[in-house]
Ligand binder design. Sequence first.
Ligand SMILES: *Cc1c(COP(=O)(O)O)cnc(C)c1O
Length: 369
Amino acid sequence: MPRPLQALIHLDALQHNLQRARDCAPDARVWAVVKAHAYGHGLQRVFEGLRSADGFALLDIAEAQRLRDLDWRGPILLIEGVFDARDLEWCSRLNLWHVVHCEEQINWLAQHKSEWPHRVFLKMNTGMNRLGFTPQAFRNAWLRLSALPQVDEVSFITHFSDADSPKGISQQAEVFLTHTADLSGERSLCNSAATLRHAHDPAIRGDWIRPGVMLYGASPDYPEHDATHWNLQPAMTLHSKLIGIQHLQAGDTVGYGSTFTADREMRIGVVACGYADGYPRHAPTGTPVLVDGVRVPLIGRVSMDMLAVDLSLVPQAHLGTEVTLWGRGPHHSLLSIDEVAQHCGTIGYELMCALSPRVPVEVLQPHQG
Ligand SMILES: *Cc1c(COP(=O)(O)O)cnc(C)c1O
């Protein structure tokens, strides 16, 4: 029998969450953001669940190639654009749309020999200060781009730094909308947080939204709002089994470094899941885990292949009992990846992206739940 740890990908949840994004931004088209192997879920695995998106947004030409191999003929956007001049040949060959965020990318385009002009998204840096032209340099970049025979349509894109927080997006949105006001072209502003919190405003919604994490069922503004508040369903379940049971006396310790000491007689369970599977090693005692659908605290240090949980609340637990690290558990239980992440001092994004390649993954069709 294989090790009992497994990840499940729920296609029904992906479909549901994509529909949620559409509901938040009626009339806008949707880029399903599938960078980082679809946030750790696997591009091929999520493809069926997200194929009703209007386009896919990602970083790597190799991943774009994979989408074309899956027979995806619709739009694909490279959200960081090309990394060197030769990438443009791939853009032509695979018909990729690409972001243009710096002068060098315009120079490469100007040198590029292409049969078909490219569709590009010109990026404005409105305050994130990662990629993009400053508002002052934007018009000149637009003029240069528009004059190139290699360029077909120019659209406009920006990215918010604080869509998930009280600071909000108003300042950045205003800079973007003012500096593009008299330019004709499609606009794209919203990541998941902006889609959920701000896309009711048609100017913010723009023509294309770019939801990522919400498609996978995590909340972009946890703990202010959780996934249930936003009506999102987890697209990934990480589950395993108890492979060992220990009876402790008061004073006994658990795991490397003896960081947990029993203050009473207690029964603990050992779970087949560790940091080599992507479960964070720094998950502290008290991080929630579901055993047979019941929330119990993790105890002691997470090791490479195993972790321990307190079984005081689940006297029925035995060797082989089902354990849920995040996602859907038995008896309609749920454990949000956001909550686990918060205990570990990180965000759901990081945990899902970190799922290790050694974990076997099963894709559940919509009717399988
Ligand atoms: C990753 C990314 C997104 C999606 O962000 P989420 O917070 O996951 O919705 C959108 N736009 C750009 C430019 C990104 O890099």
